[in-house]
Design a protein around this ligand. Structure first.
Ligand code: URA
Ligand code: SF4
Length: 214
């Protein structure tokens, strides 16, 4: 695994989202800032009870500078609505703050490429700082990259999805939210014949997550 210097040295002292987001614009903690257009930091109210973690911004998020505004975001909105969770009341972020992609053969399209373990580890200080800033009651990991960032490399999503878990002690920082891991909204989009089932199970996990924080 390639190891990167990581984001730590770019972090400001304060744990307020606007200051963190501003500092993250200058992050060079791994190589992903080079090809992406912008840093996509988390968004949502600092009073949020639920914090959702995706993988990384996609093509549209990179253009807009906001998380989950493309097709996966549309699906996430729908799932949250069905779960009875107001999207405006949650904080949404990603394990990695820059878009990783390959160019299509003709160079026109930017195709999502999964971030490496080294990149996820490099970007983790931003995610932990967001957890400290928001202090949510429940954290939802959307997919394996988010789970890897918070629960470690050995975590198996298929074995534990939908369970109410806790953060490992070393990253709790005096704060102990419940954690629910579920599938990424893109996995619902990819599920063809059984898309309704996939959406239903995402909605069920979000509902359980909302209840677990009460
Ligand atoms: N997928 C993610 O994981 N995050 C986004 O912000 C968009 C798509
Ligand atoms: Fe920094 Fe994260 Fe971007 Fe890497 S992906 S440069 S660690 S903000």
């Amino acid at each position: 695994m390639v190891s990167y210097p990581g984001a730590q040295e770019y972090l400001p002292e304060t744990r307020e989202v606007p200051a963190l987001a501003a500092a993250a614009r200058a992050c060079r903690g791994c190589d992903l800032y080079k090809a992406a257009d912008r840093t996509v930091f988390g968004a949502g109210p600092e009073s949020a009870r639920m914090l959702l973690v995706g993988e990384q911004p996609g093509d549209q998020e990179d253009r807009a500078g906001e998380p989950f505004v493309g097709p996966a975001g549309y699906l996430l909105d729908k799932a949250l609505e069905q779960a009875g969770v107001d999207r405006g009341s949650v904080y949404v972020t990603n394990a990695v703050k820059h878009f990783r992609f390959d160019r299509s053969a003709n160079g026109k399209r930017r195709i999502h490429k999964k971030p490496s373990g080294g990149q996820i580890a490099a970007c983790r200080p931003w995610l932990l700082a967001e957890l400290e800033a928001i202090r949510p009651e429940v954290v939802v990991c959307l997919g394996a990259s988010a789970a890897q960032a918070l629960l470690g490399n050995g975590f198996r999503l298929t074995e534990h999805r939908g369970e109410v878990l806790r953060l490992p002690a070393e990253i709790r920082g005096g704060h102990d939210p419940s954690v629910v891991v579920t599938i990424h909204p893109s996995a619902v989009l990819r599920a063809r014949s059984d898309r309704d089932d996939a959406l239903r199970s995402l909605v069920g996990d979000l509902r359980r997550a909302a209840r677990s924080g009460q």
